[in-house]
Design a protein around this ligand. Structure first.
Ligand SMILES: NC(=O)c1ccc[n+]([C@@H]2O[C@H](COP(=O)([O-])OP(=O)(O)OC[C@H]3O[C@@H](n4cnc5c(N)ncnc54)[C@H](OP(=O)(O)O)[C@@H]3O)[C@@H](O)[C@H]2O)c1
Length: 318
């Protein structure tokens, strides 16, 4: 990529898209093509083709998708499979038809089979049943991965697929009904601290183990792989280190300064027992994350506090 390359960041206002935008700006890329959903609904094939006809992006970061936590996936299956299938099919096809040089597609570690051996190796994909609570989203993402491979095989189109672990950071979604576990815990524990509550409730048993990557590290990996990765095989992006939901809650409590107790709500689903990535393929390419979990949580909590007042989705109200 040259400093004046035409770079389209689909979903530039989201958690990942905004981090890729920050990384591109910091690296001096001057031709960023950005469209809010209100101007370009990526579910609309004609609008997507018109955008590519007019703007002719050379590089595409496909960070637009319908994303959410366990509850959102479980309660809105039709939207999660439809929107993601439409968004990725429209953008991947238009990028190819309008001569883009390379497209980077974002899958997710939740597309691995529920009981695949841990840590999760890319070879385990499609070797067993998926986690039921997010299978609609996972099936759509698997179709996106396969579409990238198919376009590469039939047309020689340079599309790559990244499989990031759970991400967190500035611009995350803190809405308790639709967010992921880490931002939900930051909000719950911050509210408890602000209202002098003595107890916070965790969903499930607290024992599931998860891995977390600071989103600016992922953006760094996206730019690295856009330059240096040219294979049809998807590639994991993460630390390869996990912790339990209980340990995560205690770490966030330490950052926030909350000294109360945690209750467990067993009526809520745990999801997959463990989800940690094997990152040896990415390490072999020479890339490593930089932001340790505690530091990332401190930065995210600071962003949450500074934005709680101005952003309705990020409020301290219980
Ligand atoms: N978050 C994670 O933990 C995680 C982990 C692994 C992989 N990923 C992958 O990373 C990618 C980005 O996820 P994220 O966490 O950044 O999600 P996000 O914060 O919800 O951002 C998604 C972006 O997509 C845009 N978008 C959604 N539907 C659209 C449509 N119909 N037309 C145009 N734009 C649309 C949204 O626009 P608005 O701003 O208008 O809503 C938003 O800017 C996804 O492919 C996801 O699978 C995420």
């Amino acid at each position: 990529m040259r400093p004046d390359s035409r770079i389209y960041i689909a979903g530039h206002r989201g958690l990942v898209g905004s981090a890729i935008r920050r990384a591109c700006t910091t690296r001096g890329f001057t031709q960023l093509l950005l469209r809010e959903r209100a101007r370009l609904d990526l579910r609309d094939p004609a609008a997507v083709h018109q955008f590519f006809t007019t703007e002719r992006p050379e590089y595409v970061f496909l960070a637009a998708a319908l994303v959410g936590g366990i509850h959102a996936n479980d309660s809105r299956p039709a939207e999660f499979i439809r929107d993601n299938l439409l968004i990725q099919a429209n953008v991947i096809d238009a990028a190819f038809r309008h001569g883009a040089r390379k497209l980077l597609f974002l899958g997710s570690s939740c597309i691995y089979p529920k009981l695949a051996p841990q840590p999760l190796r890319e070879e385990s994909l499609l070797t067993g049943p998926l986690e039921p609570t997010n299978e609609w989203y996972a099936i759509a993402k698997l179709a996106g991965l396969k579409m990238c491979q198919a376009y590469r095989r039939q047309y020689g189109f340079e599309a790559i697929t990244l499989l990031p672990t759970n991400l967190y950071g500035p611009e995350d979604n803190f809405d308790l009904e639709s967010s992921h576990v880490l931002p939900a815990l930051i909000r719950k524990i911050a509210v408890a601290q602000a209202t002098a509550a003595e107890r916070v409730t965790l969903w499930g048993s607290g024992t599931p183990r998860r891995e977390f990557l600071f989103v600016d590290d992922l953006a760094d990996a996206c730019l690295f792989l856009m330059e240096h990765y040219h294979d049809e095989q998807p590639i994991n992006v993460g630390w390869g280190i996990d912790l339990s939901i209980r340990e995560l809650a205690e770490l966030i409590a330490a950052v926030v300064g909350f000294r109360g107790a945690f209750d467990l709500d067993a009526s809520r689903p745990d999801g997959t027992p463990r989800k940690v990535l094997d990152v040896s393929r990415l390490s072999a390419l020479g890339w490593r994350p930089h932001v340790p979990l505690r530091v990332g949580i401190e930065i995210t909590y600071d962003w949450y506090r500074r934005n709680a007042a101005s952003n309705p989705a990020v409020s301290t109200a219980p």
